[in-house]
Design a protein around this ligand. Sequence first.
Ligand code: SIN
Length: 297
Amino acid sequence: MITVTRIGKHLGAEISGVDLSQPLDDNTFAQIANAFFDNEVAFFRNQHLTPAQQIAFTRRFGTLEAHVRKESRLGGHDEIFVLSNKLDANGKAIGAQDAGRFWHSDLSYKRQPSMLSALYAVEVPVKDGVALGNTYFASSTAAYAALPEATKQRVDSLRNVHSYREYRLKNYAAQQGEEQRGIRTVQEHAPTPEQLASVPDTEMNVVRVHPVTKRKGLFINEGHTAYLTGISRAESDAELASLYAHIIQPEFIYGHSWRVGDLLMWDNIAVQHKATFDYDPLPRLMYRTTVRGPVVM
Ligand code: SIN
């Protein structure tokens, strides 16, 4: 029997009473899946998972993605995307160091954006007894529900374009700026022409109905949304800025302070998230698996 403890006002729960390294019976898995979708972000403490066990657990939710950034996949386990500021013996980055700089939903630029992601904490930076590198999650379903009726009606008919190409260029420029200001010490790879060309821009509705909970949510994010269609770029920028400010209000946010052995899952349709780069050069190592979602319209 699992125990579910809600943490945030609108999202975030701890699930205890389960060892994810072991195969789960259908009933236990169904309880976990229900709790997860209901709470939008759920975490399990004190897990001891091999990459294969993380893959086996998350595969119960659907098809796993292999990330477009091949250089950041875990050797022998293509389904695991490595997030880390660590270097190998040759001074080469062992994973992506820049993931999550902007509020975003994983792989939202794809025709089949991610349904959920699971991040397993292998090494967590700690300074003076305080864990660094928190991850923040904002519920875009709670944010949508709180909009005035007139705004709901307006955004219900809007469409937006998500662009991997624009995101990578923006992310790289931001990272270079940080390097120049001495904020970060590790040089990230520039996106390759092959990567930039590999994912075409995708147009989709601003408002999505969640396939499991049927909640409506705002499927826009500052990382991947390039613009709203049918209006000028200036109007689009203003509308997006206003909606982003609404979504990231404190009441819609859950911030996670990591411990080694945490396996945390988030619902990419219902929430968006952002990493914190406050720990370099202390080492951080996380393994992410990502489950493919339905086609967006
Ligand atoms: C991400 O998946 O966006 C990264 C989150 C994190 O490293 O905190």
